[in-house]
Design a protein. Structure first.
Length: 733
């Protein structure tokens, strides 16, 4: 063999080794939150795109209102406002924690702007509500709580604090506005306060107006509206400050509402101004704002006696009509200058309050967005008598708590279940989601689905939860049928579905009455096979041990019930413990059984009848146990960020908790490709260990809300993490 051939072979082996190492490398993730509450929206003429900003630092953008992409932002603070310069070359987003973000690539990525603050100033508790670009002065202004006003003269790169007050005299600034004729900047604030700047937002003159309060409460100025010579500042409790001289002088006017104005629109066909209010009122003026008359709004299919909250109103020149939107998907139209209205509920947005309404006349596109990340769009308004016709939901509002998500093998499909019978499905690796309707037996009281499992042999999905509901899908979660429904008044609580390989049967153990149900036909039919006599102790979590040919379930006051005949008879084990037990674990490669619970309790058994306490190295409550696949180490985790580790099959434990996290850890999974352990928990926590659970690093999840569960697509490596938030973590290549 020649030296050259040897070198080639060595190089080939090295390349193969590198490829093998890369295939198992630890991925880097980009996180995006799918269901934030959208707080604000903006259509930018310069970039011809729609933008939304809201909770968890989320920003999304779209050119057509249908396909949305998530921006990469460096914060999880709620964003309150987004503003764009006319060309679209610079964008600014502001929010809680004194956050100011800047983008120069049309919103694709965002970075933190530089804040030049006095030494004594700390904006950590400051909420910035509003921002704008002053084209005449080439400046940017942002403002919010604590009288905070920030000013930038270098295209938003750096900001200077020009007003700040943390004393009891502070007032929250709610809105910034540019007067059309003079270009002066105005602000509206608490306690009837307005401000005016003639130099682009650097120097200010403040005025406190007599709002004629009926008691000690002084109405706040919440927004500005201008129509030619008429400029008015809207306040709550039905107060308007009106000016005919570009804001130099103001007079107080009262309008017939107890709420505050959320939007205004001018209908040139009828020469009227219409206002929407948070109290559900629509007010119309036919005399340039001198007087205002309320107009009744009766909503078809509205299930409540309460008047719906109205969040926004616009005029559409193409249909020559007014459009107003509000809570629970209310949409209303008027084609006669606001004299009469047709209102209905857009069903996909029911219980999803709309917070922002955007309109592009050039694209003839409307976008409504709000709670739970909901987005709906229309590019062809129907006649006014059909106000919800031709609207399409492009993102479902997910405001329920999601308990569990699973991935369908061989596909890019994820299915998630949660509160109020919620089922959500994605066919594109978590990029978009749809809500699935289910015909539940009790339509007004849907179940709280707690678990979902996949039958590997048939592909059937089974989900269950309180109150006494088990449902089934044979088409990867597209449609579902109820296969068991207990008496609603009894309130049976299913929290888990077990599968026994020995009997090819599914079992559902009810928590409150300890009834055990079995299905031998992939969840199609269920029969009660036993009742666990547990001295009235609720039993919460179960496991099946193939090595010991038994199943066991754990719960209140040290309760451990064991069955050796596939759930038909049960015996309570004597654990000598009074701790509540939350997690059951049966080792897949040995006869080790574990139960974990409050005050760091770990019980261990090798045959199920006798249980002994192990030294757990913690006094914090433990929730679950998982086995690290590469080292074989056992990991137990729970409250206060506690993680304990055992290398001797659960006999002895050492604390390996992460110093970065002190919340509750709730579930575990293994990273695709690398087999790293990932734990998820409260406060948006995602922890990862690359060394068998000995050390942990917190990953960026894009959320500060609580997580319950996670699932992974082994083909793409995508992680879907669910709970109060639905986050997608995709690998950055």
């Amino acid at each position: 063999m020649t030296i050259r051939l040897c070198l080639i072979m060595l190089l080939s082996f090295a390349l193969i080794a590198c490829d093998a190492g890369n295939s198992a490398k630890t991925p880097n993730y980009r996180a995006e939150v799918f269901n934030p509450k959208w707080m604000t929206g903006e259509y930018a003429e310069g970039s011809e795109s729609f933008y939304l900003a809201g909770e968890q630092g989320a920003i999304a953008y779209s050119s057509d209102g249908v396909v949305w992409k998530s921006s990469d932002t460096p914060v999880t603070h709620t964003l309150r406002d987004i503003s764009v310069n006319p060309s679209g070359s610079v964008m600014i987003a502001v929010g809680e924690g004194g956050t100011i973000l800047r983008s120069t690539n049309r919103g694709e990525t965002w970075g933190k702007a530089k804040l030049n603050l006095p030494e004594a100033a700390d904006l950590a508790e400051t909420r910035l509500n509003t921002s704008l670009y002053v084209e005449s002065k080439k400046t940017w202004v942002a403002a919010g709580t604590q009288n905070a006003i920030l000013y930038s003269s270098d295209d938003g790169l750096s900001w200077r604090l020009v007003s700040y007050n943390t004393t009891e005299e502070q007032a929250e600034i709610l809105q910034l506005f540019i007067e059309e004729k003079t270009g002066d900047v105005f602000l509206g604030a608490q306690f009837g306060t307005t401000g005016r700047s003639t130099d682009g937002g650097f120097k200010w003159e403040f005025s406190q107006h007599d709002m004629q309060p009926s008691g000690s409460y002084i109405p706040h100025v919440v927004g500005f509206h201008q129509y030619d010579e008429l400029l008015f500042a809207a306040a709550d409790h039905g107060r308007l400050l009106v000016s005919d001289d570009s804001g130099k002088n103001w007079r107080l006017t009262r309008v017939p509402t107890a709420g505050y104005v959320t939007g205004s629109a001018y209908d040139p066909e009828y020469d009227v101004i219409a206002l929407s209010t948070q109290m559900g009122d629509i007010l119309v003026s036919k005399d340039k704002g001198q007087s205002w008359a309320p107009v009744p709004l009766r909503v078809n299919n509205w299930p409540s006696d309460d008047i719906p909250y109205l969040s926004s109103i616009i005029y559409d020149s193409k249909s020559k009509s007014l459009l107003v939107v509000g809570s629970s998907g209310v949409m209303a139209r008027s084609s006669d200058g606001g004299a009469t209205w047709f209102a209905d509920v857009f069903k996909p947005l029911f219980n999803m309050s709309i917070t922002t309404l955007m309109h592009s006349e050039a694209k003839n596109t409307f976008v409504a967005a709000g709670l739970g990340g909901t987005i709906a769009t229309s590019n062809r308004l129907s006649i006014s008598a059909l106000p919800v016709e031709n609207w399409v939901s492009v993102r479902p509002g997910i405001d329920q708590y999601i308990r569990k998500a699973i991935h369908i093998p061989g596909t890019d499909t994820f299915v998630a279940v949660g509160q109020l019978g919620g089922i959500w499905r994605s066919e594109d690796d978590g990029l978009s989601w749809s809500a699935i309707d289910v015909d539940y037996p009790f339509k007004n009281q849907p179940p709280h689905l707690r678990d979902i499992v996949l039958d590997k042999a048939t592909g059937v999905l089974i989900a269950a939860g309180p109150a006494g509901s088990i449902i089934r899908s044979t088409d990867n979660g597209l449609s579902w049928v109820s296969v068991y429904q207990g008496e609603f008044s009894k309130g049976e609580a299913f929290t888990q579905i077990l599968y026994s390989e020995d009997t090819n049967a599914y079992l559902a153990i009810e928590v409150l009455y300890r009834s055990v149900y079995e299905s031998k036909d992939a969840g199609e039919s269920w029969q009660k096979i036993s009742t666990i006599e547990s001295v009235n102790r609720n039993l919460w979590h179960s496991a099946i041990s193939k090595a010991n040919a038994l199943m066991f379930t754990v719960g209140e006051k040290g309760g451990v019930a064991v069955s050796r005949d596939n759930g038909r008879t049960w015996l309570m084990a004597d654990t000598h413990a009074l701790n509540d037990l939350y997690g059951a674990y049966a080792d897949s490669e040995s006869n080790v059984l574990l139960a974990v619970g409050s005050h760091g309790k770990i019980l261990r058994s090798e045959e199920g009848s006798t249980w002994a306490a192990a030294e757990s190295a913690t006094v914090n409550t433990l929730r679950r146990v998982v086995k690290e696949p590469r080292s074989g180490a056992l990991l137990a985790f729970g409250q206060e960020g506690t993680i304990v580790r055992s290398t001797d099959r659960g006999k002895n434990w050492a604390n390996v908790s992460s110093p970065e996290y002190t919340g509750e850890l709730r579930s575990a999974l293994f990273e695709s490709g690398s087999a790293n352990v990932i734990l998820v928990g409260r406060d948006g926590a995602i922890l990862r260990s690359q060394d068998g659970g000995q050390s942990w690093v917190r990953l960026k999840s894009g959320s500060t809300l609580h997580f319950r569960n996670a699932a992974t697509n082994p083909e793409t490596g995508t992680l879907i993490v669910v709970g109060q938030s639905l986050s997608r973590l995709s690998e950055v290549l």
